[in-house]
Design a binder for this molecule. Sequence first.
Ligand SMILES: [Zn+2]
Ligand SMILES: [Zn+2]
Length: 502
Amino acid sequence: MVRKILSSILVHTIVIFLYTGCKRYTPTTQTPELIVVIVIDQLNYSHLEKIVPSLDGGLRLLFDKGLVFSNFFHDHAITNTAPGHASISTGFYPAQHGIIDNYFYDYKRGKTVTSTTSYSGYDTASNLLKPTIGDLLKSRCKKCKVVSISPKTRAAIMLGGRKADLVAWYSRKKGYFTTNKSYRYRKLLKEVKAEKFFTSIWHISHFKNDLRTIDSHYHPETGNDHTNSRFISLYPGREFYSQLYNTALLDRLTLEAIEKVFKNHNLGQDSYPDILLVSLSSLDTVGHKYGPFTPEWLATVEELDSIIARIIETVQKNVKSFLFLLTSDHGVAELPYNKNGFRRIAPNTIVCLRKAATQYSDLFVSELNVSKEASLEDIRSLKNDLEKCEDVEKVWTVLDLNDNSEFGTLFRNSYYKLRSPSFVIQFEKGTVPVIEIATTHGSFYEYDRHVPLVVWTTGKTAQKVTARYASVDIAPTIAAILGLKNSKFAGKPISEVIEWLH
Ligand SMILES: [Zn+2]
Ligand SMILES: [Zn+2]
């Protein structure tokens, strides 16, 4: 009898398994066949809002027709690429998913590693301590496909996680999209080659409106005339592949990779929902090098606008029901021209910080980390010395973990004991703490944390949402849409998205 019941259960289970392709997961009728998550690397909400009326492609379409969130933030202190992407994909803060920065000193390994450095020696998501939304889907539904593509290794891997079928990024050494053996689909993309752009010119658009803040390609501060350094190599080798990385052509190559993957793997074309995660990097590389609202930046936004239009077209052509979510991993500081509330870090500040640290050089094990043996007194006293330097608002250390201010919460959300720097320097608001490049991000301030979230599918009415949400709310929202019950997150599903879809 027992055997009979058991075998009936077994048969039943097999039937369910065959039916759904998934052990503990049945997609509902409302689950879209494909969810597309697009992350624009380095995009402030205010910049998107300002430029969108001048566009006519995919960014414009999403913004005009979608559910647009005007109060959407990253709620962590170190606003860089790897933590931003990991917070979007996992629904946890860096304090929990462990990716506190693009690089960190790993006390366990006794060395500085990148967010994707694994013990095996190649790039993986092994430093990521929480599953991504793709991992959650894959663990319940083997036939569901998860694909992540970005020119940047860290962006592709942090979005895709451990179980994605395909994670691909651009190799600056080889000049094509690549992956490694931790992912299932490895046959790809070598045909998506940078070489084809060797005889192209990156056309800088000439916006006729007054969006442009700077009129030439010349940076008065750095003294670089970027027009001359754009394409000088005479052979399509490493140097050229690297140069391409700082132009909008990079994302055109990414688009090709996406289209290839679409064709090869039939995304969104069966009853099992798939997730396509894309991070477009040009705006970040161009933004750092030239700055927002320069001709190069405007040209890159135009290019992105048309690339996103092409992605939408490809999806609409091939997939019956889909959902787009567009966001960014962090914002950026304005170009520091003193009149707009932004200024470049004073050379004296750098000298002052280095001088202060030199007195404690015995304590250091890396650039920003002291040894575990350092006493709290040592940390307090170095913190006090660093805080005396010009441009420094506050230096955050282990002594500040109980700070209950807004910045204190951001600091805690970025703090993971075994990886965090011993000193997080918060410069005064508006300080741009770089000298060789135009501008950067990474601060506690709103300009680095306030990013867009736009959700779009066909047949819905455009709507603006002013309620405040954070990047950790994206993964729980996707989980709710996919019906992935009992998943845990630090964030919450965004009720406006769920209601809008019903
Ligand atoms: Zn980034
Ligand atoms: Zn960046």
